[in-house]
Design a protein. Structure first.
Length: 435
């Protein structure tokens, strides 16, 4: 069966984006490259991106008009303007320079700030993103067509659900959305055959707690990868007991692509061939070197990091290291009987953007198990129709397990703190959603 899934994977990869294998090969060739050569490659690709952006993107034609690109170096990146989340929302069409006759990939961000972004990725951008994941897999001897368990989103749109399930079957993976003891008991036999697990870190931790209590372990697993949410240190105990593996981290975003991947020696190496990472006032600025269709240059991602350019990793890779990422909290939405990843809220609003062309920002907060307070700010004024759509999506995602208190507001205000799309006060009853 492995040969069947390998053939299916190779065919699917070729159909989706023929450049993925090319980029994967290049990344494997530079896996142990010197830092000097990596920085030469970065500067070469940066200048190419700047020239293209200045020539084809109306936004950058203005913001880069006084920049001498030929004299650019990695030491004077501060001469380039910072791109903020507000910029990419306000000037979306001016930044985008998609060429209609070329293949592009539609992308809607998960909206960790509650404000999803729609843009298009060019072939090299998409290929480099996926190739970085493939290189990370190779560090753990994982093949992408091997049987896997996937904690990730569940789209309430029935057509997309069918496509998702078909894709999961062809990818030899099982997708799980909600996580409770009943779900974990049902997939016990499946897990005994999987080679790697990936997805929401809080979900993986919850599953490890269940199997730890039942004294079950799965030693055949090669890799456990947490994404999208912060991996807390206390997760590792039960994860290692059950899966004989530490939960490793993949750090990135839709706009910035996969920025860093954790190696077996425990360090998150930056994919320097694809991105430039800066630490400015503890904040991360990322430049995506393949983002020609929607240039991401010195983008303020919204996370606080600690960048390490001095540590020599035992794995032998010279790529710079991100020592710490803060600001992404892996909170769960607690239904009356089950728990759900907070990122599930994204699927409520993604279809509003991609299918209904209705742009909404949102903030969700939970004070009581089984009840979610949802504040919504929309460009459209037809609140009743939007309320009905949200309630319909809620029924598909959570059914009667969760009640929504929906309130339409004119402004989302998060004074003096990082904006998040979801907060849980279940562990801190001194705070409430109204505070």
């Amino acid at each position: 069966m492995d040969f069947f899934y390998k053939c299916v994977y190779k065919i699917g990869e070729r159909i989706r984006n023929y450049k993925i294998s090319e980029h994967t090969k290049m990344l494997l060739e530079t896996d142990f490259e010197t830092i000097e050569n990596l920085e030469v490659l970065q500067l070469k690709r940066l200048k190419k991106l700047l020239i293209h952006a200045k020539a084809h993107s109306p936004y950058y034609q203005d913001s880069l008009k006084n920049i001498d690109i030929e004299s650019m170096s990695l030491e004077n990146l501060e001469v380039l303007p910072v791109l903020t989340k507000q910029n990419v929302q306000e000037f979306n069409t001016q930044i985008q320079n998609r060429v209609d006759e070329q293949k592009h990939f539609k992308s809607v961000t998960s909206g960790s700030t509650g404000n999803p972004l729609l843009f298009y990725r060019n072939l090299d951008w998409d290929a480099a993103h996926r190739a970085t994941i493939m290189r990370g897999y190779s560090w753990y001897n994982v093949k992408p067509w091997e049987k896997s368990l996937y904690f990730w989103g569940f789209n309430p749109n029935w057509k997309k659900r069918i496509l998702m399930r078909t894709t999961d079957f062809l990818m030899n993976r099982y997708r799980i959305f909600s996580y409770n003891d009943k779900d974990f008991k049902q997939i016990r036999n499946y897990i005994s055959k999987v080679k790697y697990i990936e997805g929401y870190s809080s979900a993986i931790f919850t599953m490890s707690q269940y199997f730890s209590k039942t004294n079950q372990s799965f030693d055949q697993i090669k890799m456990v990868k947490g994404t999208s949410e912060k991996i807390f240190d206390y997760y590792q105990g039960s994860v290692q007991r059950v899966f004989n593996q530490k939960m490793i981290s993949e750090y990135g975003s839709s706009e910035g692509s996969v920025i860093a991947y954790e190696c077996p020696s425990g360090h998150m190496h930056i994919a320097m061939e694809n991105v430039i990472v800066e630490e400015v006032d503890k904040k991360i600025l990322v430049t995506n070197l393949h983002s020609f269709s929607f240039p991401i240059i010195r983008y303020e991602l919204g996370d606080y990091i600690e960048l390490d350019k001095k540590t020599l990793c035992a794995c032998g890779r010279k790529h710079y290291i991100i020592k710490e990422v803060t600001g992404r909290i892996g909170k769960k939405i607690e239904g009356k009987n089950s728990s759900y990843p907070s990122s599930s809220l994204f699927y409520m609003f993604k279809n509003l953007v991609s299918e209904c062309n209705v742009k909404c920002s949102y903030f969700a907060c939970q004070d009581t198990v089984g009840i979610l307070n949802l504040k919504v700010m929309c460009e459209e004024k037809d609140e009743e129709n939007i309320r009905g759509y949200i309630e319909k999506e809620k029924e598909v995602l959570y059914a009667d397990d969760l009640e929504l208190n929906i309130k339409f507001i004119s402004e989302l205000s998060h004074k003096n703190r990082k904006v998040q799309s979801f907060e849980s006060n279940l562990d801190n009853r001194s705070r409430t959603c109204s505070s």
